[in-house]
Design a protein around this ligand. Structure first.
Ligand SMILES: Nc1nc2c(ncn2[C@@H]2O[C@H](COP(=O)(O)OP(=O)(O)OP(=O)(O)O)[C@@H](O)[C@H]2O)c(=O)[nH]1
Ligand SMILES: [Mg+2]
Length: 297
């Protein structure tokens, strides 16, 4: 058998479950997942390897109307991933009332592009555990009309329902190609990136209001010693008033953040970890080109 390889570009609104779906199909937690919208900020490749197949998922940020420069950078990533891709996977949140309605210019653009592309388009209607049969049938009907050429697959990433079926379809549709990446690779991102993301995931779940959208995590040092990995990370906030919120009364909040983050990082690295967190202020970093660049956007 010839070797199959290619890119599956995942697109959709924030919180649709794009990252959950990628993780479920790869069987590894590569992208972080939270109940808050705009969790994913970068294009993250998740690579599934067997002897005959290399399926490269590209997880992208959810499509939003840009309100600040960080959003614009995130949407540039979406535009980028519209350019290539051997298969597009559009993820729809079944429970979202306007699930199939484009509510931003970019989503409109994505929809019209996906209506026309030559490469296969699959639509995953995700979170079907939250809706009844009637609503599902209505959603399928709308999507069939809008995307007559696309295959529609109802799934639940959370309950692992139909994930294998969707995955098999993607493998069927992959073109014949030699592998693009080393067969040992599971992502294009380095260890540090995942560690920073794990801390950000804990921040997103621990804090409310504007905090999740105001923080960036930077790994300053990552030293692997024989029995322990020593990590020092900086948490950047955008305003003076946000620093005491992260730290909490008597340092309680940051202590909890440190412990919770350390535990997941230890599991990921399969090693003991010493984690040190500092909180720093970079005024309005979300709208500053230089700051965004230094943060990798
Ligand atoms: N009930 C239910 N919840 C789900 C399902 N899949 C994902 N979720 C939840 O939906 C939320 C968002 O999931 P993510 O995978 O982070 O969504 P995303 O599309 O990557 O979101 P962004 O990165 O913010 O664009 C999380 O709370 C998930 O647990 C599902 O099949 N059923
Ligand atoms: Mg995501």
């Amino acid at each position: 058998m010839q070797h199959k390889a290619g890119y599956v570009n995942i697109l959709g609104k924030p919180n649709a479950g794009k990252s959950s779906l990628m993780n479920a199909m790869i069987g590894e937690k590569l992208s972080i997942i939270t109940s808050k919208a705009q969790t994913t900020r970068h294009r993250i490749l998740g690579i599934y390897n067997t002897d005959e197949v290399q399926l490269i998922f590209s997880d992208t940020p959810g499509i939003v109307k840009p309100l600040y420069k960080l959003h614009q950078k995130m949407m540039d990533v979406v535009e980028e991933s519209l350019k290539d891709g051997d298969i597009f996977l559009l993820v729809i949140d079944a429970a979202d009332k306007e699930s199939s309605e484009p509510d931003s210019d970019l989503l409109q653009k994505v929809h019209s592009k996906l209506q026309k592309v030559e490469v296969p388009v699959l639509i995953a209607i995700n979170k079907i555990d939250l809706i009844d049969q009637e609503k599902l049938e209505a959603t399928v009907a709308i999507l069939k009309e809008k995307f007559p050429k696309a295959e529609i697959c109802p799934v639940s990433a959370l309950h692992n329902f139909n994930i294998e079926l969707l995955f098999k379809r993607l493998v069927d549709l992959l073109p014949e190609n030699p592998p693009y990446y080393d067969k040992e690779d599971i992502s294009d991102k380095p260890m540090r990136f995942f560690v920073a993301e794990m801390i950000r995931e804990k921040i997103l779940s621990q804090y409310d209001k504007e905090i999740p959208y105001s923080v960036e995590v930077v790994i300053n040092s990552f030293k692997e010693e024989a029995k322990i990995t020593k990590i020092q990370a900086d948490i950047y906030v955008m305003r003076d008033s946000q620093k005491p919120i992260i730290i909490g009364h008597g340092g309680k909040a940051i202590k909890k953040l440190g412990t919770d983050s350390r535990l997941v990082i230890e599991k990921f690295l399969d090693k003991k970890v010493f984690l040190e967190l500092f909180v720093k202020i970079k005024k309005d970093w979300r709208d500053d080109d230089r700051n965004l660049k230094s943060f990798g956007y």
